[in-house]
Design a protein around this ligand. Structure first.
Ligand SMILES: [Zn+2]
Length: 504
């Protein structure tokens, strides 16, 4: 069974999760679920970044010690990810001993394999506490960090340990150009290539006398820089430095936001090269969730709370909307109007209505039993094309394309019902034709339950069970999609999958 080790960025525990966090987790979860459907041995990691100064500050503002604060935040984040049906296999927190051990070990391994890569120096620069990063002139606009225009940059000068990042620009360029280390989508790869072509500067990898963090090995006065610490979580979760870590490592895919590609596509692979550890195979950088083309902002009243967005139409509808409409490749818009429109058109009137009409006709004309007709109809042909288009989109991480292929089949099936008019066939006593149409519709619902399951895990399973199929069969059904075995199934009375919401 091919292995697939997939990670998301770990989140700062200084405030509640928002829609941007949700897009990333739901997108990665959709990929994990699709890979499991294809029979891969998926290991899906999510977690929390708990050592930043912003976390320490949030803890102080809330009158808690930092460990108590991050314990509380971890519960909050996890409860949202459970509500959104994230199927992660592991949950790492950077305050855990296994992570502490891995950070110390990786720094020691760098020191042994590439002793020139770590050195002590003096750093002077402008520090952004939002990013936890010294900012280069190109990252500063009007005196502020591009990502944090409302925060003050803090002039900082201190003795630090440095990492000789400058050595790695050429090697990283050739690894990216050869495709050995993939950065996607292309727009993000091009940004990283330009950055590498300009050459790299050495970076500070410790901060002086910080109480909250991992002590720098061999130097009690210094704390490991929070980003250097955080990136290593992907390795910690494999059991590194114990030798068996290579049974999971390297990661097949890191899913991150477009704002942190420099860390994941430059600093992280350079650290691994320095330590002699294999590189991840691919980084996918998604865009941001916007409100009418602009960054969501609490003060402008355009910040949508994640809880409110889940409550609107349920978790499956939010997952679908984020991946189909907002998208996983570039910035995309979230508005309530558009969410409601998609919900009604694609889920209530589309997917849900197809399921309830088809099941109602099976109940009315055949007592709920799927007829034994193997005739390959035009609807089956459309179903097979949809499966192929879906697979090629999903393999390329084009989640929107995957959803489009599945929902294209929903539209075709609803048209098929209009054209074939099973009620007229029943009235005319044309039993063989009616059996063929009802069986084709049941096969289509089978295919759709499977294709939709990475997007709508809860509702897809509901549909699957209403077809009379056992819950544990859905995850193993991919290989049946050419000829779904539905003949003789005792389908159940359909429940409304996506109720029309009351007017808001
Ligand atoms: Zn910043």
């Amino acid at each position: 069974m091919p292995k697939f080790y997939l990670t998301t960025a770990i989140d700062y525990s200084n405030g509640d999760p928002h829609l941007g966090h949700a897009l990333e987790k739901v997108g990665a979860d959709c990929i994990a679920r699709y890979r499991r459907l294809r029979g891969e041995d998926v290991h899906f990691l999510m977690g929390m970044d708990e050592h930043s100064q912003a976390v320490l500050q949030a803890a102080e503002e809330n009158g808690l010690d930092p460990q108590a604060w991050v314990d509380r935040m971890a519960v909050t984040f996890e409860s949202y990810w459970r509500r959104l049906e994230c199927s992660n296999d592991d949950w790492i927190r950077t305050t855990e001993p296994r992570h502490h051990r891995a950070v110390t070990a990786l720094l020691e391994q760098i020191g042994q394999r590439s002793p020139d890569d770590l050195f002590v120096g003096e750093y002077e620069g402008l520090y952004c506490f939002g990013c936890e990063e010294f900012k280069q002139p190109s990252q500063i606009v009007n005196g502020h960090c591009v990502e944090h225009p409302t925060l003050e940059l803090v002039p900082t000068k201190e003795r630090n340990h440095f990492f000789r990042l400058s050595r790695y620009a050429d090697r990283l360029l050739s690894l990216i150009r050869s495709g050995e280390f993939r950065v996607e989508p292309a727009i993000r790869r091009n940004e990283i290539v330009r950055l590498l072509e300009d050459g790299l500067q050495d970076i500070s990898v410790s901060r002086n006398r910080q109480a909250w963090g991992i002590p720098f090995p061999g130097d009690k006065e210094q704390t490991v820089y929070v980003w250097f610490d955080a990136l290593i979580n992907y390795l910690s979760a494999t059991g590194y430095p114990s030798e068996s870590y290579t049974s999971r490592w390297p990661a097949d895919l890191h899913v991150v936001g477009k704002g942190i590609t420099r860390f994941h596509c430059v600093i992280w692979p350079a650290m691994l090269l320095s330590a002699g550890v294999a590189l991840p195979r691919e980084v996918w950088a998604h865009g941001y969730v916007q409100w009418e083309g602009a960054k969501m902002s609490k003060s402008a009243g355009t910040a949508v709370s994640l809880g409110e967005a889940i409550d609107r139409h349920g978790p499956d509808a939010l997952r679908y909307f984020l991946l189909r409409e907002v998208g996983f490749e570039a910035d995309g818009n979230f508005t309530w109007d558009r969410f409601d429109e998609r919900y009604t058109a694609d889920l209530a009137d589309g997917f849900g209505n197809l399921a309830s009409r088809s099941l109602a006709m099976l109940a009315k004309f055949r007592d709920g039993k799927v007829p034994d007709s193997l005739e390959v109809t035009t609807l089956d042909q459309a179903g097979q094309s949809a499966v192929e288009a879906y697979a090629s989109a999903m393999d390329a991480l084009d989640l929107r394309g995957g959803a489009e292929a599945a929902w294209g089949l929903v539209g075709t099936a609803n048209l098929y019902i209009q054209q074939v008019a099973p009620w007229a066939l029943a009235k005319a006593g044309r039993d063989a034709e009616l059996d063929a149409a009802l069986a084709a519709l049941a096969r289509t619902l089978y295919r759709l339950a499977v294709l939709a399951s990475p997007f709508l895990p809860g509702k897809a399973l509901e549909l699957w069970q209403t077809l009379g199929l056992p819950a544990d069969g859905l995850g193993k059904a991919w290989t049946n999609l050419t000829a779904p075995p539905v003949a003789g199934l005792a389908t159940k009375k359909p429940e409304v999958l996506f109720p029309k919401p009351p007017p808001i």
